[in-house]
Design a protein around this ligand. Sequence first.
Ligand code: XMP
Length: 516
Amino acid sequence: MSTTFDKVLVVDFGAQYAQLIARRVREAHVFSEIVPHSMTAAEMKAKDPIGIIFSGGPQSVHVEGAPSIDPEVFDLGIPILGICYGAQLLASMLGGTVEATGRGEYGKTNLSLTYKSALLADLPIGKEGCPTVWMSHSDSIVAAPPGSTITASTAEAPAAAFEDSAKGIYGVQFHPEVAHTPGGQEILKSFLHNGCHARSTWTMTSIIERSVQNIREQVGTGHVICGLSGGVDSSVAAALVHKAVGNQLTCVFVDTGLMRAGEGEQVEETFRRQFEVDLVHVKAADRFLSNLEGVSDPEAKRKIIGETFIRVFEEAASDIGEVNFLVQGTLYPDVIESGTKDAAKIKSHHNVGGLPEDMQFDLVEPLRDLFKDEVRAVGEELGLPEEMVWRQPFPGPGLAVRIIGEVTAERVGILQDADAIVLEEIRRAGLYTEIWQSFAVLPCIRSVGVMGDARTYDYPIILRAITSEDAMTADWARLPYELLERLSTRIINEVAGVNRVAYDITSKPPGTIEWE
Ligand code: XMP
């Protein structure tokens, strides 16, 4: 089996779709890497790509300072596919003409094929007797570069696709990467296989094999530790490192007492019993609770939890003896975004299981090249339980940021019980993977109720269920009334100390997903 991969560079011109293009290439089993448009041709060549894709972008090529590319990229002899802005840039840099015609196209558009092109050969014919594609452009390419052939046009785009297959130059004004272009993936595949002669070796099995090889080379005979949180990323990273170096790995699971019900047991069951990993399970609930005593400010809670976690982790590490490497579950989107994020701080996300800044280890990051869906596929391939691989995101500080006010053992217990019911019912309704996150929040207020003819004065539980693509924005999930009713009845009947249930119908923005 081949563990070498052909690589395609996706040049990012500020498109919302650059990551999507990169994922589509990988779905065709070819490795892709996103690079900035400021990268020089020499730097691109050094990466040894078999093809280059120019993404779309929000600008017009006519605007001063619009993103461009090192013209020497055209001398590398590497096939290039330009998409939307990328196609316009190709056209304008290679001697074609792009005009602000004032007649853009947005959404589904009929395409008329004007020349037989291998790139467009597999586009399915729609109801109206022609392929339909997804457009989003205001400028139009009105003349293709000299030597190129126009292969398709639309009502407003005389050169909706052009190519110079001898030179390996292809441009499409529409977006083949989006699901709204039926057969769009076939265009990308044709570019990869016919245009670039790429091999389809980027498969789960070969990703795992290559990763195992790399980890072995990096680690040698050294000892590795991994902070397990029970979440997808640290679990998959640990399973990969274990496959590579077996008992040179020790996993540390710090039970903060702020986890969901049953989480510690599942980590034990999977890693200690199923995978026979050397696992240190530090039961530190009392220490976390006592450090959190009397604290209700959300940022103060996060800071205390972060610091306590690091201290507990360091103590566990020093008990293990000589440790040279620390596993981190860094994913590809974190790598792409690091250093470019300039957002205002809304809350200081604390990632339990993350890197203590002052620790002296080399990092092992086996997921650095992978998107989340690839991480999940690797986890499944490695035999991790489905509940672990498909787990909804959970904040590092755990239930502490879902108890609004001081965290006490009693409140953690109430919230764990309510949360377990929420997850059970959401699963039973078949909504668990469709919903981004669903959980219970415990605000530290009490309200009056009546149960069995007697007055109650207990906590409410707030249900939060949201849909999202990436947690940056979110909408409240339209849960069926029957499900809300069952959740309310079960939580009030089964969780002592709760007499009321409310549903949070706030989107993000203006709310955040978590309450703190
Ligand atoms: P917010 O509440 O900011 O959350 O809308 C966005 C996503 O991040 C998760 N979250 C955290 N994750 N440490 C984490 O590891 C944190 O401190 C933290 N706070 C929020 C949250 O669950 C959601 O998925």
